[in-house]
Design a protein around this ligand. Structure first.
Ligand code: PEP
Ligand code: MN
Length: 262
């Protein structure tokens, strides 16, 4: 099988480039709670040199009794905050019905782990221009994940970024098991940028720093980390959300770690 993703992929979004040659730092709260909090987080991230703001408006919660996100109102807040802070916005798309509206509100759409196999959704995302972050299905092989990316590419959108977010194993100390070797495999098999989400991989705040560094040392082209000014207070995924201090510690040696690959 010859993957289309073998071609060099250079994704241009506003004045930024995402590729195998660049490093993309993405941060933000798991979910949009209100305008004031999101603006405050965005301003802080921007000051730290981060240009990509990720926050969920539609949440795929395991339990229907948990907060499901602010929906369209959340998208409006995200758009306003991203405009005001000149950041690139990212949010998760959970249904084909929302492709049109989301493509207007956000710069980059994320397909979550639970939707990696939703091929109708992927094909629809092949018809928009927005870059797509495609998370690995929690029980998917690397080949299944690359084929999922092909569904988007084949339908006409070359702007796909893969995101390793941990897979289901017998281990239950962590929320999932971060598959570091997936970074190496993807680099061998395709040319798509590959980023890592240490937050959903571990579900544990204390591990985010080490996993982030491990991912960058293994050659990841970026990180996606859930961050909030007061992680304990967040309505969603608070146990894995980090504060600014940890984020700063993570960022400190990143330039040096990236050097390994020069
Ligand atoms: C998320 O990024 O907030 C999320 C729900 O991630 P995943 O699809 O990896 O569980
Ligand atoms: Mn989350």
């Amino acid at each position: 099988m010859k993957f289309q993703s073998n071609k060099p992929i250079i994704i241009k979004i506003k004045d930024k480039i995402i590729s195998r040659e660049t490093f993309t730092m993405i941060a933000g709260p798991c979910t949009i709670e209100n305008y004031e909090d999101l603006l405050s987080i965005a301003k802080h991230l921007k000051k730290m040199g981060i240009n990509f703001l990720r926050a969920g408006a539609y949440k795929m919660r395991t339990s229907p009794y948990n907060f499901q996100g602010l929906g369209e109102r959340g998208l409006q807040i995200l758009q306003k905050v991203a405009d005001e802070t000149k950041m690139i916005s990212i949010s998760e798309i959970i249904s084909s019905e929302d492709v049109e509206i989301m493509s207007k509100f956000v710069d980059i759409m994320q397909v979550g782990t639970r939707n990696m196999h939703n091929y109708r959704l992927l094909a629809k995302l092949g018809k928009v221009k927005n870059p797509i972050i495609l998370k690995r299905g929690m029980s998917s092989t690397i080949e299944e994940w690359l084929f999922a990316a092909e569904h988007i590419l084949e339908a006409g959108n070359p702007n796909v970024i893969l995101c390793e977010r941990g897979i289901r194993t017998f281990e239950d100390y962590t929320r999932n098991t971060l598959d570091i070797s997936a970074i190496c495999a993807v680099k061998e098999l395709s040319n798509l940028p590959i980023i890592v989400d240490p937050s959903h991989s571990s579900g544990r705040r204390k591990m985010i720093k080490s996993l982030s560094w491990a991912a960058v040392a293994a050659g990841a082209n970026g990180l996606l980390i859930e961050t909030h000014f007061d992680p304990q207070k967040t309505v969603c995924d608070s146990k894995q959300t980090i504060d600014y201090k940890i984020l700063e510690e993570i960022l400190a040696p990143i330039e040096k770690l990236k050097e390994i690959w020069k």
